[in-house]
Write a protein of this length. Structure first.
Length: 296
């Protein structure tokens, strides 16, 4: 495999959490995928993936390399598409479903630029935290954050957005400012849950070359991104989410970033197109648009 194919394979393995599924998505045998990743690790001089009998997850170096690969592959796709007349001048109706925060904070504020670049496209945009049946509803694709777990989903990476942990000044005055990750044991968090799962997402940090989860005490849990922020503003606990979602609150002091010296894992943003005639479902849930089929 050449370097480009190896990068694509590595990204798919990380997103699927499986050598078998990742190899299937790029149409190569599992043994070939295993050999290619070992060769990549040898060339880079570092271990990229932690392998268990049930799951594959990136190491600290692997996560950093994955995020760079996502950006590189996205730029290559953009460069190639810029030379295609059909892609550069598309026409017709594009039905797009976005998480509400992505619509109001990322996509719609620059919709005039999209119109100037693609005047032949008519957009039909829906948004919200709900189940989306792409075929039945006639939706062409969705934009969501996280890593696909369903091997039937073909995700095109768009970006990796930085995340932070923050809380209100009132909460920090009552509970104190955590100085190290160990201090989280004495703090509370606002819980967030998927409508397809009873479990709540944990706060995550990169510590000693791996992602560590911290499950804090919580007295309130919500299943909506806006309510998640509102609870933090009212002093209900710590929250972890993409920085762009709370830029205004951080700027005016209504929220304060904590544990700045420890890195929160970045959140991949993907386009998930309708790829199967039987109508796959994409669950539009999460603190920043995390799908039920997608891990934060």
């Amino acid at each position: 495999m050449d370097r480009f194919d190896t990068l694509q394979l590595f990204v798919r393995i990380v997103e699927q959490g499986s050598f078998t599924k990742g190899a299937s998505m790029v149409d190569i045998p599992r043994a070939t995928a295993t050999y290619a990743i070992k060769a990549l690790e040898a060339r880079l001089g570092t271990r990229l993936l932690e392998r268990t009998t049930r799951h594959v997850r990136p190491t600290l170096d692997g996560q950093a390399f994955y995020e760079r690969c996502v950006r590189i592959l996205g730029e290559i796709d953009d460069a190639e598409s810029s030379f295609s007349h059909q892609t550069s001048n598309p026409r017709g109706v594009l039905r797009l479903d976005l998480h509400g925060t992505h619509a109001t904070r990322i996509v719609l504020p620059r919709i005039d630029e999209f119109r100037a670049r693609y005047p032949g496209i008519e957009l039909v945009v829906s948004s919200g935290d709900r189940l989306v049946d792409l075929v039945r509803e006639g939706v062409d694709c969705v934009i969501r954050g996280g890593r696909p777990r369903d091997s039937s989903l073909i995700a095109r990476p768009m970006a990796v957005v930085p995340q932070i942990i923050c809380a209100s000044p009132a909460y920090l005055a009552r509970w104190g400012m955590p100085a190290t990750p160990a201090d989280l044991a004495s703090h509370e968090a606002v819980g967030f849950f998927s409508q397809t799962s009873e479990s709540s997402y944990a706060i995550e940090l990169r510590i000693e070359r791996k992602i560590t989860e911290f499950k804090l005490r919580r007295w309130i849990s919500v299943g909506d991104a806006e309510n998640y922020v509102v609870c933090a503003l009212r002093g209900a606990g710590l929250i972890q989410l993409p920085r762009f979602h709370v830029e205004d609150e951080l700027a005016d002091g209504r929220l304060v970033e904590v544990l700045k010296d420890w890195e929160s894992p970045g959140l991949p943003i993907n386009i998930l197109p309708a790829a199967r005639s039987e109508g796959p479902r994409f669950r539009g849930l999460g603190k920043s648009g995390v799908c039920g089929e997608i891990r934060r």
